[in-house]
Design a protein around this ligand. Structure first.
Ligand code: E4P
Length: 219
């Protein structure tokens, strides 16, 4: 499963990229606003840190203007992935861009039928929002299962990118279902490394090691 980070915070992206475990980045207009940075500038900087896809979202609602915005965004770097909303105009834009070989992430997906449409439009990624689904009394993970089943039934190549992840259990469930990508806030990715027994184990081993009075030569 690929790991994307869902942020426009450069310090967090750099820190996670250094682990060698980061496969891409997703942003959205809210995350750009939170960063306080210029959209074009920060997107270019992110594209230079991570080799994988960096999603940058259009803000127009009509197909024609979406295409113009996408034209500007795709010039930023080769690894820009144009993010479009799951609307008729968004999917028209998706179809046109992917026909031209541009990566497209279709965002704000809340039903399996929407995901089916996005796959038919040739989306590179579909982003079902599990956290927001759960928040509204639906079962976010059931949605992921349905999409994975439908894509496998028809051999669609669109990757299922689980978005709006809130906790490590969402990540675990996504992996068990076989989703292709999880995009997570930095804190959730960092939380995946942690286990109380790992910390306790290190503490115990180091206490015993100190008793030996030995060191491992490092030069
Ligand atoms: C995905 O691409 C979105 O940016 C994101 O996952 C939204 O998550 P939220 O529901 O926490 O805002």
């Amino acid at each position: 499963m690929k790991f994307f980070v869902d942020t426009a915070d450069i310090a967090d992206i750099k820190e996670l990229a250094e682990t060698g475990l980061l496969d891409g980045v997703t942003t959205n207009p809210s995350l750009i606003a939170k960063s306080g940075r210029d959209f074009m500038e920060v997107t270019k900087e992110i594209c230079g840190i991570v080799d994988g896809p960096v999603s940058a979202e259009v803000v127009a609602l009509d197909h024609e203007t979406m295409m113009k915005e996408a034209e500007t965004l795709r010039k930023i770097a080769d690894n820009v992935c144009i993010k479009v909303p799951l609307t008729i105009d968004g999917l028209k834009t998706c179809k046109k861009l992917t026909n031209d070989g541009t990566m497209v992430n279709v965002t704000l997906c809340f039903s399996a039928n929407q995901a089916l449409l996005a796959a038919k439009a040739g989306a590179t990624f579909i982003s079902p929002f599990v956290g927001r689904h759960d928040d509204n009394g639906f079962d976010g993970m059931a949605l992921i299962e349905d999409i994975v089943t439908i894509y496998s039934n028809y051999g669609f190549e669109t990757e299922v990118l689980v978005a709006s992840i809130r906790n490590p259990v969402h990540v675990l469930q996504s992996a068990l279902i076989g989703a292709d990508v999880a995009t997570m806030p930095p804190a959730v990715i960092k939380g995946l490394f942690k286990h109380i027994l790992t910390d306790k184990g290190i503490e115990g081993f180091l206490a015993d090691w100190a008793k030996t009075g030995q060191t491992i030569p490092t030069a």
